[in-house]
Design a protein around this ligand. Structure first.
Ligand code: PRX
Length: 628
């Protein structure tokens, strides 16, 4: 771990339209936060009461560090909140899921239809011998059946482990075996940019050495698959043969809901375990309050349910609020870079949530693409996954949001389950800063002993109190769980570096392991990358440290250029000059290499350690999460 360090902060901010404040679910951040601090348990209890439970809790929270239990002894089933609760006259015919396929196919499921499919499939799973506590691996393309499968598991108390459909056989096998999955739900194929991904073949390869799996349920996505043999079952047949109306399994608040393997940008993947009660309350609350979801919203989070963002903000949170969820198998630049904006226009999307890597890609293609479409339905924009650098913020705000939509830059993790830091709708936004802890969360920036550092000084981002949707353990490896809580005394250590300003706004600088010490100065990779990206020619940048006999480390940058820009010695000199002006001479890369693309995880995070390993000619370690 590093020492603390100084960061130069910018004071620029944007004021959202006051109307947002007047109508938001959290109209006044400061008073909501005070209310929470005055009675933390009462704060969460009020939110929990908005939801449906079979039996109430004895206590809101029990905290024996590092273990927390929330809503103790309460009984519930999360699917009753995502489905049954909405089967009212006003809501049952409302679209729950609007889907677009890779080739432009479309389907809509109302809340009533989703309820029927989920309960049918749940009955089907039960008939196959899958029950409470059994682990089920879901390895599917982004089709409505993926969500049906997740909810059907939750309906009967089976613990799902969704594996993103872009992973290969080795990564899949490791996850199946670690979870000890009894069944796997998959499809014959998936589609991506018109290309076929042979999911079932990959599953077969993974299953060559996965003894726990008894049943393989296969969706005939292509419409031309041969009927499954052996331990195989056809998805559609199972659905057809089963009756709707499966009663919801009575789950204890602390029963596991799912295991999700982290994207593994550092080291080998970990099976993060989330439980039923707290996760439900945390994701419901943040979906409703952070995105300010209202009855007539059309909600589009572009993540795949294979990631935590998809679990929390495609499936559980949005459906618990009863909103209309848009999902698409398509990618942002296929068939052309206007694909997403066309969908926003056609479906009237009002809340749009994506990742900085996508925003920077849109920037690279230029404003002319979004400008072809009418984006006036947009009301709230969100970002997640990496620091949203100021240039990307400005572009997103002006070009996509028409300088009208607040941007919620949400900082959180697979482990936290829900948003932890953001700027609530109605508050001034500071480009480059995620914002403040959401009411309900106590976050700070501290030194390695856990003492808060002053504004302008970088340190470790920590959470100081438990929260309902926190992970409960790492599957099969509780010791690994404990390290989150015992690295810095009394805190949950997120592993990120951050800095606060005078007003308590938090800027996330990147992972603690992404820090480079150059001639005794600590330099965050994200800072240098942000400076490079702020140059008009640069689309994306990745920065690594290289051992240097003189300086300890030297900075090497890899950049991709915007369409129409080409590399030259003049440009290299201009970029170095630009970084010098932005950050000072110590942060200037000693080498700048031009690349066509940067290595990223399948969830869009730049894998700097792969670049570094390549540069140093060493083994990059686990690269199962690297996109193709
Ligand atoms: O480094 C932070 C970064 O993503 C990490 C968590 O990754 P994962 O578990 O895959 O979950 C991603 C989706 C929640 C964090 O430790 N990160 C996430 N959101 C932000 C971010 N960094 C800066 N700003 C964010 N808004």
């Amino acid at each position: 771990m590093t020492e603390t360090f100084d960061v130069k902060l910018d004071e620029k901010h944007y004021m959202p339209d006051q109307r947002f404040r007047e109508t938001a679910w959290t109209p006044d951040y400061a008073s909501a936060y005070r209310e929470f601090l005055a009675d933390p348990e009462g704060f969460w209890e009020m939110l929990a009461r908005e939801l449906d439970w079979f039996e109430p809790w004895d206590r809101v929270r029990e905290w024996t560090p590092p273990y927390a239990r929330w809503f103790t002894n309460a009984k519930l089933n999360i699917t009753r909140n995502c489905l049954d609760r909405h089967l009212t006259d006003g809501c049952r015919d409302k679209p729950a899921i609007v889907w677009r396929g890779d080739a432009g196919e479309s389907r809509t499921l109302t809340y009533q239809q989703l309820y029927e499919d989920v309960t049918r499939f749940a009955n089907g799973l039960a008939a196959l011998g899958v029950g409470k506590g059994d682990r089920v691996c879901i390895y599917m393309p982004l089709v409505p059946e993926q969500i049906v499968a997740m909810l059907a598991c939750a309906r009967i108390g089976a613990v799902h482990s969704v594996v993103f459909g872009g992973f290969g056989a080795g990564a899949l096998r490791m996850r199946i075996n670690d979870a000890g999955a009894k069944a796997i739900i998959t499809a014959d194929v998936g589609y991506r940019r018109g290309k076929i991904i042979p999911l079932k073949e990959i599953v077969d390869e993974a299953l060559a050495d996965a003894p726990s799996v008894e049943t393989v349920i296969v969706l005939n996505r292509s419409g031309s698959a041969t009927p499954p043999a052996g331990r195989g079952v056809d998805f559609a047949k199972l659905l057809e043969q089963s009756a709707p109306g499966c009663p919801a399994e009575v789950m204890d608040a602390e029963d596991p809901l799912f295991i999700l393997y982290t994207s593994g940008s550092t080291g080998a993947p970990k099976g993060i375990v989330h439980t039923c009660g707290g996760y439900m309350v945390g994701t419901y609350y943040t979906t409703k309050h952070v995105f300010d979801v209202k009855d007539n919203d059309i909600f589009w989070c572009t993540a795949d349910p294979g990631w935590i963002t998809g679990h929390s903000y495609v499936v559980y949170g949005p459906l618990a609020t009863g909103t209309t969820v848009v999902i698409t198998e398509g990618t942002p630049d296929y068939p052309d870079p206007g694909a997403f904006w066309k969908l926003v226009q056609d479906l009237g999307v009002s809340i749009f949530y994506t990742a900085p890597t996508a925003i920077r890609m849109f920037m690279k293609h230029g404003e002319e693409w979004p400008q072809k479409y009418n984006l006036s339905s947009l009301r709230v924009l969100g970002s997640v996954g990496e620091p949203l650098n100021p240039e990307a913020f400005e572009w997103y705000y002006q070009v996509i949001g028409g300088s009208r939509c607040p941007i919620v830059d949400t900082w959180w993790q697979t482990e936290t389950g829900m948003h932890m830091i953001t700027t609530m709708i109605g508050d001034p936004m500071k480009p480059g800063f995620a914002g403040k802890p959401v009411p309900g969360v106590v976050a700070d920036v501290v030194d390695r002993e856990g003492n808060p550092v002053p504004p302008g000084t970088g340190g470790f981002l920590v959470i100081k109190e438990p929260w309902p949707s926190m992970m409960r353990t790492v599957h099969g490896n509780d010791e690994r769980y404990c390290t989150y809580w015992n690295t810095i005394p009394g805190c949950y250590t997120a592993g990120d570096l951050a800095v606060k300003d005078e007003n308590g706004y938090i800027m996330v600088l990147g992972r603690a392991d992404d820090l480079i010490v150059v001639a005794g100065h600590n330099i965050g990779t994200a800072e240098v990358e942000s400076a490079l990206v702020s140059h008009e020619a640069v689309a994306e940048a990745a920065v690594i440290g290289k051992p240097d006999p003189l300086k300890g480390n030297a900075i090497k940058a890899f950049v991709t250029l915007c369409t129409g820009c080409s590399q030259s010695d003049e440009l290299t000199a201009a970029l170095a000059k630009h970084v010098r002006e932005e950050l000072g001479p110590v942060a200037v890369p000693s080498e700048i290499e031009y690349a066509d693309r940067l290595p990223k995880t399948r969830s869009g995070k730049i894998m700097r350690r792969v670049l570094k390993a390549r540069e140093l000619g060493v083994d990059p370690g686990d690269i199962s999460t690297l996109e193709e």
